[in-house]
Design a protein around this ligand. Structure first.
Ligand code: PAF
Length: 282
């Protein structure tokens, strides 16, 4: 059954008021649409633990660095609604930009530390945009629980930090990355890859796996890193923004997995920026 599409905060509140009065557990799955199986796994996780599930679709201009990237972001609302119809979604919140950022909007949520590395450096202002919109979505939906993919691991840690620091009464759940059969992490941006680029894209995950396995077996990070860069270059990746090992909790840079660690990468292939991350040593 199709979930009602709610386009205003007023309509959303009308839907959630009775659920809140009944003390129900409300799960939110924030998305920018172009839904794939990764998003649907978050909806399935929300369904399991919550009485009510709200999926939000909002291509948030405040987290994009340039207008071109924002304009080319895929928008597939009708198809998204169809994909969600097999889940028990209670509301699909699809506000427009004026609803989210009305005239005079002047507030930004900024998280220090975790946002000063990786995508925080390569996409200035990105995490302020994310934290601001996610704080708003938490408040608008009155969510008790929120579901985010580990695919955007830095984002997940930033949202967790924000929820903790601002005492937001929301439990943030991180859900595993869902991959295509060839290993490529599912992402709405994969739709932007040409057929040729799509066949080469899994090399990012393969190169990361080689480093993670090598390091976990005691190998030298720098040597493995240099080999991975060569492999990416040979596969047609034009630029690697970062390929780094960091502590899973506070994202401190590591050269050996002396604490629970993850490998993080962002790299460009045929004009599309792909990001991925994997655990080191399981
Ligand atoms: O991960 C995303 O799709 C977005 O960053 C989010 C969390 C929906 C905020 O716009």
């Amino acid at each position: 059954m199709s979930a009602p599409i709610l386009r205003s905060v007023a309509a959303l509140r009308e839907a959630t008021d009775p659920w809140i009065r009944a003390g129900e557990r409300i799960g939110v799955v924030p998305t920018m649409g172009a839904l794939h199986d990764g998003h649907l796994s978050l909806v399935a996780a929300a369904e399991k633990v919550c009485d009510r599930v709200i999926v939000t679709i909002f291509v948030n201009p405040r987290q994009f660095g340039n207008a071109e990237d924002l304009d080319s972001y895929p928008r597939t609302e009708a198809e998204d609604a169809r994909k969600l119809s097999r889940f028990a979604v209670d509301g699909l919140f699809v506000p427009d930009v004026c609803e989210m950022y009305p005239e005079g909007f002047a507030t930004t949520v900024s998280v220090a530390g975790l946002t000063e590395v990786m995508d925080g450096v390569h996409r200035p202002g990105h995490f302020e945009g994310v934290a601001t919109v996610v704080a708003k979505l938490f408040n608008q939906t009155s969510a008790t629980d929120a579901f985010f993919g580990e695919k955007d691991f830095q984002q997940l840690q930033v949202v967790r930090r924000m929820a903790r620091d601002l005492n937001l009464p929301v439990t943030v759940h991180g859900c595993p990355t869902i991959r295509e059969i060839d290993g490529l992490a599912m992402s709405s941006r994969n739709l932007l890859l040409s057929d040729r680029a799509r066949t080469r894209a899994p090399v990012l995950f393969e190169a990361m796996e080689t480093i993670a396995e090598g390091v976990a077996a005691g190998g030298d990070f720098d040597a493995l890193h240099a080999e991975a860069l060569k492999r990416l270059d040979a596969a047609g990746f034009t630029k690697v923004d970062y390929l780094e090992m960091r502590a899973a909790d506070d994202l401190t840079l590591l050269s050996a997995p002396i604490r629970p660690a993850r490998l993080f990468a962002a790299a460009w292939l045929a004009g599309v920026r792909l990001i991925d991350n994997i655990a080191v040593g399981g």
